[in-house]
Every structure is written in structure tokens, then in C-alpha cells.
Design a protein around this ligand. Structure first.
Ligand code: PEP
Length: 254
């Protein structure tokens, strides 16, 4: 059985003061949600404050990106060595990073390997654009992102990764994929790619999330799908009530 995971991607929102306020609101709501791994991924500048507030809770902490080197002359970057002191998870290869910051399958691959080396759990995002979707290239694109992004990755010794299937056309648009459509990509493309990379058994162990306009009122239908193990949530993770409803929906299907 794969334990459901609900991760909140705060993107570039929340000052430290705002983050403290949101987490103070979230913690008592989420404390009673059982059987789900909940993870908050705030901006780097909030990590220290949020880590302090999450101490002793069942809520995990993640970052939204990192460089692959442990240190060096890379002005403005944050390393896995630095993150490992504060967080357990890191989102890698988000479509906003691929689109606006020119991340490629190759740089995602370096980051995934570095994250695992430093004991972090990467949440690796894959997903096709609207154009790719409309030209029936979803399987080709997602398969390539999986096989290239995870090429040579070693999951021995209990190392863990999480995959998030996030069709680009569904992110921040209010136009979520259908639960059946998303599940089909997981079942027909992502799990077979995991099997090719890590073996059949591992392909059934790795958690695969859906992301793209998941809200409190549509989350439950995704969690009834056999291959969907949770959600990566953007906009709705900034609202305590909405995010709690999503976590509760995942709990009731755990
Ligand atoms: C995301 O940023 O990963 C995301 C899924 O955003 P939203 O939930 O707002 O579509």
C-alpha cells in the first residue's frame, strides 16, 4: 500500500510573516488528518521559520528547487547540502522552472541525483504542454521526461522519489485533467517508465501524484483512482481551509 501524499507548492508567495500566519492556521487543522503524508513547500526564505513551526508535527517540509552542486560560485543558488539541514523534500523540474528558467531533462537529472545523495526526497514533476496534448504527444513527452530525467538514478538503500504528473495546461488554469485521463497517463506511461528504470516491483512502490488545479471540491475524485497516490497543490495550498479539505479527501481514501 502506498501512503497518500499531499504537497503544497506555495510558489513565489508568502513573506515570512504571512508564512507564519498560514502555518499557525494549518497546523491545528492538519494535526487530526491521519494516514496521509502532508508536505509544505514554501519559498527558501520561509524555510527556517516554517521548520520551527512544524517541529513535533506530522507535517513535512520541502523546497521548490535547488542546484545540483553542494557548494560553489553559483550566485543566487541554493544547494542540496544547505537544504538537507532544513527540509526533507524538494520539488524538481516543475513546469514553471522548465518554461521560465530553461530547465531541461538533463539538469533535472543532475538535481535528482544530487537530492538523493544528500538524503532529500525529490518530487519530480513531469507533464505535457497544451500543444503537446492537443497533438497527441502526451505519452511521448512524459515518457521522455521520465526516462531522461531519471536516467542512471539509483534507488537502492531505501532511497525514495515521488513523481508528480502535472499537465502544464492544468496548472493554475482552473481546468484540471479528468481523474480518468490523469490516471491513464500514470498507468500507461509513468508506471511503465518506472518499471523500465527501477524494475516492476519498484514501479508499484513509488508514489505518483496528480497536480493541476486541484481544489477542495474536486480533490476526492482524483484519490479514488487506483494509480493516483495524492496531489501536488499550487494555488489551493495557500488557503488553509482548501488545503485541509484536500488532505482530508486523501485521508478518506487511504
Ligand atoms: C503547481 O504549481 O504545481 C500546481 C499544480 O498549481 P495549481 O494547483 O495552482 O494548478
Amino acid at each position: 500500500m502506498r501512503k497518500p501524499l499531499v504537497a503544497g507548492n506555495w510558489k513565489m508567495f508568502m513573506t515570512v510573516a504571512e508564512a507564519r500566519h498560514l502555518v499557525a492556521d494549518l497546523v491545528p487543522r492538519l494535526q487530526t488528518v491521519e494516514g496521509v503524508q502532508i508536505v509544505l513547500c514554501p519559498p527558501f526564505t520561509d524555510l527556517l521559520a516554517v521548520a520551527a513551526l512544524l517541529e513535533g508535527t506530522n507535517i513535512g517540509l520541502g523546497a521548490q528547487n535547488m542546484h545540483w552542486e553542494p557548494n560553489g560560485a553559483y550566485t543566487g543558488e541554493i544547494s542540496p547540502l544547505m537544504l538537507a539541514e532544513l527540509a526533507k523534500y524538494v520539488i524538481l523540474g516543475h513546469s514553471e522552472r522548465r518554461t521560465y528558467f530553461h530547465e531541461t531533462d538533463e539538469t533535472v537529472n543532475r538535481k535528482v541525483k544530487a537530492a538523493l545523495e544528500y538524503g532529500l526526497i525529490p518530487i519530480v514533476c513531469v507533464g505535457e504542454s497544451l500543444d503537446e496534448n492537443e497533438s497527441n504527444r502526451t505519452a511521448e513527452v512524459v515518457s521522455r521526461q521520465m526516462l531522461k530525467g531519471l536516467e542512471g538514478v539509483d534507488l537502492s538503500g531505501g532511497k525514495e522519489i515521488v513523481i508528480a504528473y502535472e499537465p502544464v495546461w492544468a496548472i493554475g488554469t482552473g481546468r484540471a485533467a479528468t481523474p480518468e485521463g490523469a490516471n491513464q497517463v500514470l498507468a500507461d506511461v509513468i508506471r511503465p517508465a518506472l518499471a523500465e528504470l527501477f524494475g516492476q516491483e519498484m514501479s508499484q512502490v513509488v508514489r505518483v501524484l496528480y497536480g493541476g488545479s486541484v481544489k477542495g471540491d474536486n480533490a476526492a475524485q482524483f484519490f479514488t483512482m487506483p494509480d493516483i497516490d495524492g496531489a501536488l497543490v499550487g494555488g489551493a495550498s495557500l488557503k488553509a481551509e482548501d488545503f485541509t479539505r484536500i488532505a482530508q479527501a486523501a485521508a478518506s481514501h487511504s
